[in-house]
Design a protein. Structure first.
Length: 133
């Protein structure tokens, strides 16, 4: 049988966890507004004709390392980080360069900016142009 102290500790831990989840859920409308017009794809049901490459996997396709890619994209104003999430520049959102892949984590969703093959080619051009000058 649990002691009163153990029950109080478990109750306190549950309240803190619940509070954190409530804060995350309250931020969801803000996160949705940040995404803008970039398409959202469920990570469990990605269409077979859609190939996506994560931010961390870009280095395999672009031929540069992750830190340099991110630094260059930020310097060029192509991506910014808002509320812990990468955001694509407004005028590039409907060009098919990227999508947000979403996945459920506990009771809230995370959105990850991922690139299409067209977006990878776009990034390659920017990296090559930047290194050649």
């Amino acid at each position: 049988m649990e002691s009163i102290l153990q029950i109080k500790l478990r109750l306190y831990a549950a309240k803190r966890k619940n509070s954190k989840w409530r804060k995350e859920m309250a931020m969801m409308p803000m996160k949705f507004s940040i995404i803008g017009r970039t398409p959202i794809v469920d990570g469990h049901y990605i269409p077979s004709d859609l190939q996506v490459i994560s931010m961390s996997g870009l280095h395999k396709y672009v031929g540069s390392y992750y830190t340099k890619i991110v630094k260059t994209l930020k310097e060029e104003g192509i991506i910014t980080k808002e509320s812990g999430m990468w955001k694509l520049r407004e005028d590039l959102q409907e060009k098919g360069l990227a999508v947000y892949v979403t996945g459920r984590m506990r009771c809230f969703y995370h959105f990850y900016l991922s690139w299409t093959p067209k977006g990878v080619a776009f990034i390659k051009d920017i990296i090559n142009h930047k290194t050649n000058h």
